[in-house]
Design a protein around this ligand. Structure first.
Ligand code: ADP
Length: 159
């Protein structure tokens, strides 16, 4: 079984995340674990359980996917799940430096696990959770960028 973990903050889960997971789980991996980080560098708008719940609802129509929360070292968590690959998305040049640093460190921590990067589909290249939050806060239409559950959750937060 070819298993990947796709870690992130997912605050909240967007169609860009989904596009990446969908391509990975249908074309490349037998199973993709979407790993929602508890202990993030970022302060989040949604709690861990809200972020897990919204990711699950956004991915309801896809197979070979499981959403789980995690805390602690990603490479240890990946090993427990028998995953050999860490999947990440690379959108723009500014993503590169941090991703490069992190994948090099993960490689040092566990040389059996590889990081693999997918570029977004063209229509999602500009899409990020923070941009979606900003638009939602300003009352803009985000229905093209997130699932209806995420849209509702954002509207409730910013009411
Ligand atoms: P993190 O805080 O770990 O960066 P994010 O939830 O922001 O978590 O993103 C998780 C992963 O999804 C990252 O690898 C990010 O580059 C990728 N990603 C985010 N948005 C998109 C998108 N629109 N298209 C492709 N990949 C994306």
């Amino acid at each position: 079984m070819n298993i990947a973990v796709y870690p992130g903050t997912f605050d909240p889960f967007t169609n860009g995340h989904k596009d990446l997971v969908q391509r990975a789980s249908t074309n490349i991996f037998d199973k993709v674990y979407v790993c929602v980080a508890e202990n993030s560098r970022k302060e989040t708008l949604f709690s861990l359980s809200e972020r897990i719940n919204l990711a699950e609802k956004s991915l309801i129509d896809l197979k070979n996917i499981e959403v789980i929360g995690f805390d602690g070292l990603l490479v240890d968590f990946a090993e427990k799940l028998n995953a050999k690959v860490i999947l990440r998305g690379l959108r723009v040049v500014s993503d590169f430096e941090y991703e490069f640093q992190m994948s090099s460190m993960n490689k040092k921590l566990n040389h059996n696990i590889e990081s693999i990067f997918l570029t977004p589909s063209e229509s999602y290249a500009f899409l990020s959770s923070s941009l979606v939050k900003e638009i939602a806060e300003l009352g803009g239409d985000i229905s093209k960028f997130v699932s209806s559950e995420v849209k509702d959750a954002l509207q409730t937060k910013y009411k």
